[in-house]
Design a protein around this ligand. Structure first.
Ligand SMILES: [Zn+2]
Length: 301
C-alpha cells in the first residue's frame, strides 16, 4: 500500500535522527526527592545471572503505591541504548550520541559487571517501586529502543555473557525491515529475545510524538503495536517507552486504560502524580567511556 510505504519513509527519516529530543539531557533533571531515600537494596535476593528466567515476582498481587511513596524511593539507574555498531564517516555529530561502538559497548558492560551491578527487569522494578520489595545489590536496567538489529546480534550476546537481561522497546513499523542506516530485528529475533527471558515493550508504531496523539493515533500507535507484539511474544505488553522521551500528563490515562503498568521517558524530571509513567532513563552516549558512563550513572540517579 502506498500510504503504508509513505508512512514508513517518514518513520525512516525520524529514525535517522534517532530518539533525540531537545529537552533531554544526560545530566539534568535528577529528582532531588529521590536521592534522599535510604539504600533499600539487599544482596540476599537471588540474581538472574545463573538462570534463564529472572526471579519470579507475583506482580498481579501488587497494589499501586501513592506517588509520594514511589518518588521517595531511590531511583534505579536505567540505561537507554539505540545502535551498537562502529561509527561510519556518514554518521553525524549528534547521531553518534545514539551509536555506541561495539568495543566500547563491550567495555561498558564489562565495567558494570566488574563494578558489581546486577540487571533487573520491569517486574522487579515495579515490585520495588510499589512495595519496597528488595532488589539485588547495585541494580541496573538495560533498555534498547527502536528495534535495531545490532541489539540482537551484538548487544544481547554481550549481555548474556554476564548473565544480564534487558528490555527491548520495539517500534512495530520497522520489524523485519532493512533501513538506509541500519537493519531491524525480525519477528523471530524479537521472539527469541523474549523467550530467553528479556522483556519486550512497546515503542509505538512509527515513533510519532506521543504529545501529539489524537483520534485514531491511540489505536495506530498503541493498540495495534500491542496486538502485534503480543502475537509475536505470546506475552502481555505492560511497558511503554515514549518516542524521543516526550510525554504529557494528558496522555498517561490512555496508557493506563490499555493495561500499561509503567512508561519510560528520558532524563527529564518525573511527573509528580504519575511517577510510574515517567520512569527516568539516561542515554548511554556513544561518546562515553566506561568511566564516563559510571560517573553519569552515579550522578543522574
Ligand atoms: Zn525511539
Amino acid at each position: 500500500m502506498n500510504k503504508h510505504f509513505l508512512t514508513f519513509i517518514a518513520a525512516a527519516v525520524i529514525l535517522a535522527a534517532g530518539c533525540q529530543s531537545k529537552s533531554q539531557s544526560s545530566t539534568g533533571g535528577t529528582d532531588k526527592t529521590a536521592v534522599a531515600a535510604e539504600e533499600t537494596t539487599t544482596a540476599n535476593t537471588p540474581t538472574n545471572s545463573e538462570t534463564e528466567q529472572p526471579p519470579a515476582v507475583d506482580v498481579s498481587k501488587i497494589k499501586v503505591a501513592d506517588a509520594k511513596t514511589i518518588l521517595a524511593r531511590k531511583q534505579v539507574p536505567i540505561l537507554c541504548y539505540h545502535q551498537v555498531r562502529n561509527w561510519k564517516p556518514t554518521d553525524g555529530k549528534v547521531g553518534k550520541d545514539y551509536i555506541v561502538e561495539i568495543q566500547n559497548f563491550k567495555d561498558q558492560v564489562k565495567m558494570l559487571a566488574d563494578s558489581g551491578y546486577h540487571s533487573i527487569l520491569p517486574d522487579q522494578l515495579y515490585a520495588y517501586l510499589n512495595t519496597g520489595a528488595p532488589l539485588p545489590s547495585k541494580p541496573i536496567m538495560f533498555t534498547f529502543d527502536d528495534t535495531d538489529m545490532d541489539q540482537f546480534t551484538v548487544a544481547a550476546p554481550t549481555l548474556k555473557k554476564y548473565g544480564y537481561k534487558a528490555v527491548y522497546f520495539i517500534m512495530t513499523v520497522s520489524i523485519g525491515k532493512k533501513g538506509k542506516f541500519v537493519d531491524y530485528m525480525t519477528k523471530e529475533q524479537i521472539k527469541q529475545l523474549s523467550d530467553e527471558g528479556n522483556v519486550i515493550g512497546s515503542h509505538t508504531y512509527d515513533h510519532k510524538n506521543f504529545k501529539k496523539y489524537q483520534g485514531k493515533d491511540w489505536e495506530e500507535q498503541l493498540d495495534k503495536p500491542t496486538k502485534k507484539l503480543e502475537e509475536i511474544t505470546g506475552k502481555k505488553m505492560t511497558e511503554f517507552a515514549y518516542p524521543f522521551g516526550l510525554w504529557n500528563a494528558e496522555g498517561i490515562p490512555e496508557l493506563k486504560k490499555r493495561g500499561f503498568r509503567m512508561a519510560f521517558s528520558l532524563a527529564d524530571k518525573r511527573d509528580q502524580n504519575d511517577p510510574l509513567f515517567t520512569v527516568r532513563r539516561i542515554i548511554a552516549s556513544g561518546y562515553w567511556s566506561p568511566k564516563t558512563l559510571h560517573n553519569s550513572i552515579v550522578k543522574s540517579f
